[in-house]
Design a protein around this ligand. Structure first.
Ligand SMILES: [Zn+2]
Ligand SMILES: [Zn+2]
Length: 336
């Protein structure tokens, strides 16, 4: 029987309608990255083609004489760094000069290796690069919010095959994050506790939607997941900002990210996906929010009903999806 579920953090209603379910194997599939060459002479992100990209911001040295990660300015930025974010206009037509920072993080020198194809030490280097860039960009007083994300595959919005991630910093806080902040602040006022810390405890005790856990992180499907296999990774240590994460926890984050993505990859046959690091605005006090990651396989498209109502239809039960992913992770761990 279909049911409405309420996502307390995002304040969104979801219809869980399993009658509409498709078997996982029926979900859309794209070309596996392994079928691409390890190096593409026409790819601007491949080693040897550094001159084809715009200004380099940072690089992590690798062995074999080439870099391991490279951070560059986006060649076609959505926003510009060279202006002041002055606000102007009136009630009907407010505008802020399009200040922002838009960087591209090239995950590795390999054209054909997804993040899950990299050894753990290289996944850690990608995450360490995210942290270093977050902390550097956070220091700009014009920046109020930083989003780090990955678009993997065409359905996820990626225009280049070479695996990469992006950072966008804005001078304003979107309505989406504003809503989440209001919810977490209200909960804090009423309960003197962090909503997300309590949510983690609830998920651990119910143990219906948890798919993986290590010392510092836990991963589960939200009770009211907006789409099939939509997964969250939460740090167990409370911090509002991604940049406050202890560097010593990077190996655990790499470990859990690998198992979440790899299990989705195995079960859903290499789906396109997005992941997003959801951090608090830079001026948010540490007790008022709890950063986390969303991982979203792109299995269905947003249609008219979602646009018209902002109510999503999830064709599968999060508890069933969690069980399927847990089983795949058990197999992966047995294989070592
Ligand atoms: Zn490439
Ligand atoms: Zn918390």
């Amino acid at each position: 029987m279909p049911e409405f579920r309420f996502n307390v953090l995002t304040q969104e209603w979801v219809i869980i309608a399993t009658e509409r379910a498709k078997r996982p194997m029926a979900f859309a599939v794209t070309q596996p990255q392994a079928e691409l060459p390890p190096l593409d002479p026409t790819c601007p992100f491949c080693p040897g083609n550094e001159h084809m990209t715009s200004l380099e911001v940072a690089r992590t040295p690798g062995n074999r004489g080439i870099w391991q990660t490279r951070v560059i300015k986006n060649k076609f930025p959505a926003l510009s760094e060279d202006i002041q974010p002055d606000q102007d206009g009136d009630f009907f037509q407010t505008h802020i000069n399009g200040f922002g920072i838009h960087e591209v993080i090239i995950d590795s020198p390999y054209h054909n290796r997804r993040i899950t194809d990299l050894p753990f030490c290289d996944i850690e280097t990608v995450l360490a690069t995210y942290l270093a860039r977050y902390r550097a960009v956070e220091r700009d007083p014009r920046v109020r919010h930083i989003i780090i994300f990955k678009n993997n595959g065409e359905k996820a919005g990626s225009s280049l095959a070479h695996p990469h991630s992006q950072l966008i910093a804005t001078p304003l806080i979107s309505g989406q994050i504003q809503t989440r902040l209001e919810v977490t602040k209200r909960y804090l006022c009423e309960h003197s506790r962090c909503l997300m810390c309590d949510m983690l405890e609830r998920e651990r005790s119910q143990n219906l939607r948890v798919i993986y856990e290590n010392e510092h992180f836990i991963s589960f499907l939200p009770y009211a997941a907006l789409s099939s296999f939509h997964t969250w990774i939460f740090p167990k240590t409370h911090h509002a900002h991604f940049g406050s994460m202890d560097d010593a926890q990077i190996p655990d984050l790499a470990n859990i990210l690998y198992y979440v993505l790899k299990s989705q990859e195995k079960l859903l046959n290499h789906p396109d996906f997005n992941f997003v690091i959801r951090s608090a605005p830079t001026d948010c006090p540490d007790h008022a929010y709890h950063w986390y990651m969303s991982i979203i396989p792109r299995l269905s498209k947003t249609a008219g009903f979602e646009i018209g109502s902002n109510i999503y239809i999830n064709s599968s039960l999060p508890e069933h999806n969690a069980l399927e992913l847990r089983n795949v992770i058990d197999t992966l761990k047995q294989l070592g």
